[in-house]
Design a protein. Structure first.
Lengths: 164, 269
């Protein structure tokens, strides 16, 4: 019986996490990003999160937002544990997350990580006019996770969530 | 062994922090917006890596303190409970174990690019080995960091070629940079006492074994950049950083970086 209770609570928390968003890309939840590795509920709720990039300043805010969300939903004992291994990869981003990114104007990661091609110049589709006639402006963009591209057809610059 | 592991972890933390801090000096001063953003991103990655190492070092130090096993930790008296912040902001130059190449001045864009290229290729091969460390936490940090360093190496390699094979002036400047930075590359491949001990336990990377791979990579990129690989035997290599003997540059970095915590201890905002 206790075990079932515990599962129900854990499932509820997973559901709640769909409402915790990335402060830098507010259309993506922590579930879409794939950064929640595990949730345990014994005497306290323990959430295992994995950072996207080592220096990503959003991680501290995300951890705080997770805590706030749980507090608002009646959980009191909360522990957030940072788990580094296995290292986060864009492969963990949900398909739904990728669609949301595109709708938001950021080209979603293309290809799989550790596929050597992820460092090569890929054909990235412009999220605005869908042309693939695009060019890499800089491997580094407005946040650690993005590269800067420009569309040669509609001429708009855009962010690409780089493969990692 | 606990002291060696602490020193080794601090060496890795200090190296990433000082390099990250140095590169961050370009923020707002880059030659163009995209490159300003790029170098700031790289600085951020490195400072992030150093946080992971400092957090681990703090944990190790606090464990040792609990069991009272350590004698040689000179900063022990100054610190009650070690934290990532106390380790970064409250240790003095002689306690820093960063590689010298990370602390030398940025100079012009060519010098910054070239030392970053030397450093990133070192980190790239280093982390590929540290992934297999018998210390699970060091291995995890390496796994995370390697992905980021791959981008740093690619970006800095491209710039070395662009500058070397660019205009007359860019070529002149990067040649000068090569002369200035080369004497700081030897230290990366010289094992110090704590590394030798930890290498036997498969915790640390045997850095002298990385030299050939690094050399091949550097030679290839320099050649592409129309630059000559320096004839090594004739050049004196500077060492000492890993054991706390630094150039005059580190004190200035720390004076700026640590000022706030020294003047207003515990200040938060």
């Amino acid at each position: 019986m206790e075990k079932i209770q515990e599962d129900i609570t854990v499932n509820r928390i997973w559901k709640l996490m769909e409402e915790v968003y990335d402060p830098e890309i507010p259309v993506l939840s922590v579930i879409d990003l794939g950064i929640i590795r595990d949730i345990k509920n014994n005497n306290e709720v323990e959430i295992f999160i994995t950072p996207t990039y080592s220096g990503c300043p959003a991680m501290d805010v995300i951890a705080m937002n997770i805590r706030m969300c749980l507090l608002q939903n009646g959980f009191e004992k909360i522990k957030i544990t940072q788990q580094l291994s296995p290292a986060w990869t864009t492969d963990w981003m949900t398909e739904e997350g990728k669609q949301k990114l595109k709708a938001y104007g950021i080209a979603p990661p293309k290809g799989k990580s550790f596929d050597k091609n992820y460092l090569e110049d890929l054909q990235i589709e412009c999220p605005l006019c869908h042309s693939t006639n695009t060019i890499l402006i800089s491997q580094f963009g407005s946040t650690s996770c993005k590269a800067l591209y420009q569309c040669k057809d509609c001429l708009e610059p855009f962010d690409y969530f780089k493969c990692h | 062994m606990p002291d060696d592991l602490i020193n080794y972890t601090l060496h890795l933390a200090d190296t990433s922090l000082v390099m990250g801090h140095r590169l961050s000096e370009w923020t707002g001063h880059g030659p163009m917006l995209e490159q300003d953003i790029a170098i700031s991103n790289i600085a951020l990655d490195l400072i992030g890596q150093s946080r992971n190492f400092y957090q681990y070092a703090a944990k190790l130090i606090n464990n040792v303190k609990k069991s009272e096993g350590s004698k040689s930790l000179s900063f022990e008296e100054n610190l009650s409970e070690a934290t990532e912040d106390s380790l970064a902001y409250l240790r003095d130059a002689r306690e820093f174990k960063n590689l010298l190449i990370t602390e030398i001045s940025n100079g012009d864009w060519a010098k910054t690019i070239l030392k970053l290229f030397f450093f990133s290729s070192y980190q790239f091969y280093f982390y590929q080995k540290l992934i297999f460390s018998s210390d699970a936490q060091l291995a995890a940090i390496a796994e995370k960091s390697l992905k980021e360093v791959t981008y740093h190496l690619r970006w800095s390699s491209e710039w070395v070629v662009r500058l070397g094979d660019g205009t007359e002036e860019s070529n002149r400047r990067i040649k000068l940079a090569l002369e200035e930075t080369w004497p700081f590359t030897g230290e990366m491949f010289q094992d110090v006492a704590y590394e030798i001990i930890l290498t036997k336990e498969q915790v640390a990377v045997n850095v002298s074994s990385l030299k050939n791979t690094w050399q091949n990579k550097v030679e290839k990129v320099l050649q592409q950049a129309t630059l000559n690989y320096p004839v090594e035997e004739t050049i004196w290599m500077q060492t000492g950083g890993k054991t706390g003997i630094h150039t005059e540059h580190l004190g200035y970095i720390l004076a700026e970086m640590q000022f706030l915590q020294r003047a207003y201890p515990g200040c938060e905002w």
